[in-house]
Design a protein around this ligand. Structure first.
Ligand code: ADP
Ligand code: MG
Length: 623
């Protein structure tokens, strides 16, 4: 997979980092080369673990002091530098944030020694790769699965060259919408162990353009950039993916061409190196001065480092300096660059991609162990999410058996609670599969029960009508066979409006055309033509004296009834009956039936529904 492919996913999500991060800068002084009389007198020395001083060339009696995040003197080891300054930066990779380590300094000052080292004294690169592999292994678990891969390139004479698959092809550098720098076409190799890494890195290092100068046998003539990608995939929804990039950069050193004796091609190479380092310095200046244009594009090096300087990475610059007097001005230049770099502020963030809904399945690599309950069951992934209206909104609850209505409401409340706060009632993705299937089964049973009850009710109504037509005189049907009114019951304030209507067993029947004005129609005698006009909604109002008496009776029961007696009321189960009794103990009597809604656990809607159902059912007894 190429770098471009890895980064060019859509649907980017910025997960904010804690805070802007200043570029960290440490300085490493290499030991003096040579011994005895031939050794150059040092022009720089350490003060403490953060500071050093260098002779003032204008006045040799004076020194200039510099302060950094860390100073490593000539006795420091590779381990000291790595543990003190490099390792702390690596942890951000596991959070999906970029990190960059850059070695800066004149040729021969120890950049390659610091970054690469030797088999005896391994430098930052082998130590960091080993630790990143170990850290990702340790962190891989149910939530995140990590994978590590690498790319290796060099910038030689303003050309970007792939070191893993060498060719003379100059690779382009691009920037995505989120200002991440990409190198389309750059080879990327997955590494799972340190020996994997070595098998790619060592042959690639031989491809590096190096040549000997008078100063340094293997002076690097190019900037070498090792990219280590830490990718992580979430083991459960939303299966987010993160890709952090670790940039390890061994810069080619700045060179004084008179001192190195460069001629011809070497002079040209040196010109390109010095130009890119000069632009690097200008970039830092522009960032520090807050200039609107930062000249990243003026060199390939700065373009590639765009997200490391003033960009999204946690960056560390290791300025390598040499103690000898002949390096004096190079050292001074390096220290000044290091000093101004520590003022650059980066803005690291976690870059996350969310896969499309269609591709939300975990990747093949993440298909191993994971808690079954936290994964969606296969049918969840395949079934489209069906938007459903709650069943209770489709059926008039007043017409249901109270216990059934209560059960339905409970089920719906449970489903809604699990589905989150949205109005959409959707299958619950995070409900464990077995529990969810149980709920669906219960819901299906309730639906079937409702349908059969409805059928039964229609049968009874038809029978009652038939009886009425056959009977010579109107008679009150037996209580058990009394059909419930097919009605939409008005709220009580509306019930008490003085509008006169037709009476039937103490119930005033008012008809209303859907969306139209009220008009009186006797349900039983409504002409077929009237029925054809428009569907009618039926409203029921109650004769005020009966309503008052009915309320009185209910109030008396609420105030004196035992749990068992209260359970005789419609829509009052054991739990609600107990709540009513408890409320009485704490607050005394109910003043009016509407006070039922004051009971904790009884909503206003439930109280209203309770009153409607109980008043209607008690009216028959009052007559
Ligand atoms: P650069 O990459 O900056 O041109 P090198 O890393 O190649 O410089 O170092 C130049 C020489 O100095 C090498 O021979 C290297 O082994 C030696 N050297 C650099 N730093 C140290 C150090 N801290 N300890 C011992 N030797 C060093
Ligand atoms: Mg070098």
């Amino acid at each position: 997979m190429t770098t471009h492919q890895r980064l060019s996913r859509t649907d980017f999500r910025r997960v904010p980092a804690n805070a802007p991060a200043r570029v960290r800068v440490c300085v490493r002084l290499r030991p003096g080369v040579g011994t005895g009389q031939g050794q150059d007198a040092p022009c720089v020395r350490g003060v403490d673990s953060h500071s050093l001083e260098i002779l003032n060339w204008r006045n040799e009696m004076e020194t200039m002091k510099y302060h950094f995040d860390a100073f490593y003197d000539d006795t420091s080891t590779q381990h000291d530098v790595y543990m003190g300054s490099v390792k702390p930066v690596l942890r951000y990779l596991l959070e999906g944030q970029n990190a960059s380590i850059l070695a800066y300094g004149p040729t021969g000052a120890g950049k390659t020694h610091t970054m690469l080292g030797s088999p005896d004294q391994p430098g930052v690169i082998p130590r960091a790769v080993r630790d990143v592999l170990q850290m990702t292994r340790d962190a891989s678990g149910d939530e995140w699965k990590y994978s590590v891969s690498m790319s290796y390139l060099e910038i030689y004479q303003e050309k970007v060259l792939d070191l893993l698959e060498p060719s003379s092809h100059d690779l382009p550098i691009r920037e995505d919408q989120k200002h991440q720098i990409l190198v389309p076409g750059l080879t990327q190799r997955e590494i799972t162990s340190f020996s994997d890494f070595e098998s790619h890195f060592l042959p690639a290092s031989c491809n590096r353009t190096v040549a000997s100068t008078q100063l340094n046998q293997r002076s690097s003539r190019s900037h070498a950039v090792l990219l280590v990608w830490v990718s992580q995939t979430q083991g459960w929804p939303p299966y987010a993916r993160r890709a952090a990039k670790l940039c390890l950069i061994d810069l080619a050193g700045s060179e004084d061409n008179r001192r190195t004796g460069n001629k011809g091609l070497r002079l040209k190479e040196s010109g390109a190196i010095n130009t890119s380092l000069f632009v690097l310095s200008k970039v830092v200046d522009a960032l520090n001065q807050g200039l609107p244009r930062v000249p990243y594009r003026d060199s390939k090096l700065t373009r590639l480092l765009q997200d490391s300087l003033g960009g999204s990475a946690h960056s560390l610059i290791i300025a390598n300096i040499a103690p000898e007097k002949r390096y004096y001005f190079d050292t001074l230049t390096s220290l000044n660059f290091a000093a101004k770099s520590k003022k650059v502020i980066n803005k690291p963030f976690t870059q996350e991609t969310l896969p499309d809904v269609a591709s939300k399945r975990p990747s093949a690599s993440s298909s191993d162990a994971g808690p079954e309950a936290k994964r969606p069951c296969p049918e969840e992934e395949q079934q489209p999410l069906v938007e459903e209206k709650p069943l209770s909104s489709l059926l008039p609850l007043e017409n249901l058996e109270p216990a059934l209505a209560e059960r339905l409401l409970r089920l719906e409340a449970l489903e809604k609670q699990q589905a989150g706060s949205g109005s959409r009632v959707v299958p619950i993705l995070n409900t464990p599969r077995r529990e969810r299937l149980g709920l669906l089964k219960q819901l299906e049973e309730t639906r079937r029960e409702l349908m059969s009850l409805k059928e039964k009710q229609l049968e009874i109504e038809a029978k009652v009508l038939q009886d009425k037509e056959c009977a010579p005189a109107p008679r009150v049907p037996a209580k058990s066979a009394r059909p419930r009114k097919q009605a939409v019951v008005l709220p009580f304030q509306q019930v008490l409006t003085p509008e006169k209507s037709q009476e039937e067993d103490g119930i005033i029947v008012i008809s209303r055309k859907k969306g139209g004005r009220k008009r009186k129609v006797r349900k039983e005698t409504a002409s077929p033509s009237a029925e054809n006009e428009a569907p009618l909604e039926w409203e029921v109002a109650v004769r005020p004296d009966l309503l008052a008496r009915s309320k009185e009776n209910i109030l008396a029961l609420l105030n004196t009834g035992s749990v068992k007696a209260l359970m005789g009321l419609h829509q009052i189960g054991k739990k609600k009956a107990q709540l009513i009794v408890d409320w009485r103990c704490h607050h005394g009597s109910f003043k009016k039936v509407e006070d039922l809604e004051k009971v904790e656990g009884v909503s206003a809607k439930q109280a209203a529904s309770f009153l409607k159902v109980n008043i209607l059912s008690s009216i028959g007894n009052l007559e």
